[in-house]
Design a protein around this ligand. Structure first.
Ligand code: C5P
Length: 232
């Protein structure tokens, strides 16, 4: 799969999501389904969006004991999504078990990527709450290297981290990057943002864009603008 724009469909019902996707007519954007929509609408929304011809990144961020994650991933692989994810904090053993579970009897599987340290966790929270006393960028890179070691395909990270992730984990190791805003757009609650064009320069493989598209007056135009800037 090449560079692409993934639209974060952070809606609380199947109806709202399908009405939003109807705007795109013949266009079939790559869609991210997160916890909000999945918990509201269940696995059927994944099948429905897939049946409409979209690629899907199922962003459920699994984190549990290896056996449980393995079994859950086996269920998710039956949904025929294109990308799944988990927390690298679940350990290398958990990530390896996840890959096993995700792999279908015919050897195919969705791509599997890891969340390193959530971008909502800062140095103080990491030290005070998690008792991890290392510089946060080093922790992020260590988690990325663990994901690589476990055989995963990439990580979710900031576009600003894409160059160093590629340097340390290889050019083929995918960087899927939220925190993208238009130069003239609202930043919202995202802290460190880049434009789609800058994300491209930094080497991101996929950008994940939510509100700049979902809340736009013309979501299709906003999506096309992202594609033009990021994919060219
Ligand atoms: O609306 P916005 O463009 O900020 O949406 C970004 C999407 O990426 C949201 O679904 C958010 O949960 C997700 N995400 C993120 N930062 C991370 C991981 C995921 O913004 N570190």
């Amino acid at each position: 799969m090449g560079k692409d724009v993934i639209v974060a469909c952070d809606f609380d019902s199947a109806e709202k999501t399908l009405a939003f996707l109807d705007n795109f007519k013949g266009r079939k954007p790559f869609v991210k389904i997160g916890m909000e929509l999945f918990y509201a609408a269940g696995p059927q929304i994944v099948r429905d969006i897939k049946a409409r011809g979209h690629k899907i990144f199922l962003d459920l961020k699994l984190h549990d004991i290896p056996n449980t994650v393995k079994k859950a991933m086996a269920v998710l692989s039956g949904l025929d999504v294109d990308i799944c994810n988990l927390h690298a904090g679940g350990t290398v053993a958990m990530m390896q078990a996840a890959l096993e579970g995700l792999t279908r009897p015919d050897g195919t599987r969705p791509l599997l990527i890891a969340v390193t340290m959530l971008t909502s966790t800062d140095q103080a929270a990491m030290e005070n709450d998690l008792w991890i006393e290392k510089p946060l960028p080093e922790v992020v890179m260590h988690y990325a290297e663990n994901a690589k070691k476990a055989g995963l395909d990439g990580v979710v990270c900031s576009p600003l981290e894409s160059p160093v992730v590629h340097e340390r984990c290889g050019a083929e190791f995918l960087t899927v990057t939220p925190g993208v805003r238009f130069a003239d757009g609202a930043v919202g609650d995202q802290k460190r943002v880049t434009t789609p064009a800058r994300a491209k320069e930094l080497g991101s493989d996929y950008i994940v864009v939510g509100r700049p598209i979902t809340q736009a007056e013309d979501p299709v135009a906003a999506y096309e603008r992202c594609v033009a800037e990021f994919v060219g």
